[in-house]
Design a protein around this ligand. Structure first.
Ligand SMILES: *Cc1c(COP(=O)(O)O)cnc(C)c1O
Length: 224
């Protein structure tokens, strides 16, 4: 087994154990391996070991990897910023888009050639220019727009805990916003939150999708 595959197995075991401690069903938690900047060979090794969910953040890299692994039994998650002029192209290979954050992206996906799953990205920082919606109102408005498309199945909310802040407080806010969303959209119960450094806090706050990179892949090569 490759090092990455061994680390994936170890992280999955930790996540399963933590789920049992929290009295949650491990099957209800999707572990996404974020493979950005790593070669397609690593994804093949992880597939061989049993991993099925992979996350990428840059369209060009992601599309090449998806092409190289076409026909394999895996789910692609797009976790990076989405440019509206790339949205339809991303929807060709990405099954789940975690970073829906504005009308223009949703409008572009409304004409996608197939149905995708989507999360609304929440901006938890004080900087309104960062990706993600900035308030509950903005979230609900975007959710309405998503629901009016025939191509996006709204799954829930996604967030990145701000660097240096207390992740427990950040994920508390995510849980609150998630419950506001589900009041209007009862099926949109999923929460995409938690990375290598803070997944335990995210899981405790109800995360259903963990996006783990470096703990599994090792350090990322410097992006070209
Ligand atoms: C890179 C990335 C991750 C994984 O981060 P690690 O700290 O390496 O686990 C998760 N989510 C998003 C949106 C990312 O860009």
């Amino acid at each position: 087994m490759s090092e990455a595959a061994a680390r994936w197995r170890a992280v999955r075991d930790l996540v399963d154990a933590e789920c049992r401690r929290l009295e949650r069903d491990p099957a209800g938690v999707t572990l996404i391996v974020v493979t950005k900047f790593h070669p397609v060979e690593m994804i093949s090794e992880l597939l061989e070991a049993g991993a099925r969910d992979f996350g990428e953040s840059r369209h060009q890299d992601a599309s090449l990897k998806a092409e190289a692994l076409a026909g394999q039994d895996l789910t692609w998650h797009f976790v990076g910023q989405i440019q509206s002029n790339k949205a339809r192209a991303i929807a060709k290979y990405a099954d789940v888009l975690h970073s829906l954050d504005r009308d223009s992206v949703v409008d572009a996906l409304a004409t996608a050639e197939r149905r995708v799953q989507g999360f609304i990205e929440l901006n938890l920082t004080d900087d309104p220019g960062r990706g993600g919606v900035n308030s509950a109102d903005e979230m609900l408005r975007l959710a309405e727009r998503i629901s009016s498309t025939e191509t996006i199945d709204l799954r829930g909310v996604m967030a990145v805990a701000p660097l240096g802040d207390d992740p427990v407080a950040a994920f508390d806010r995510v849980a609150t916003l998630s419950s506001i969303l589900t009041q209007a959209h009862p099926h949109a119960t999923d929460i995409s939150a938690g990375m290598s450094a803070d997944w335990e806090a995210a899981l405790a706050a109800g995360a259903t999708h963990l996006r783990i990179g470096t703990s599994i892949t090792g350090n990322r090569p410097i992006p070209r």
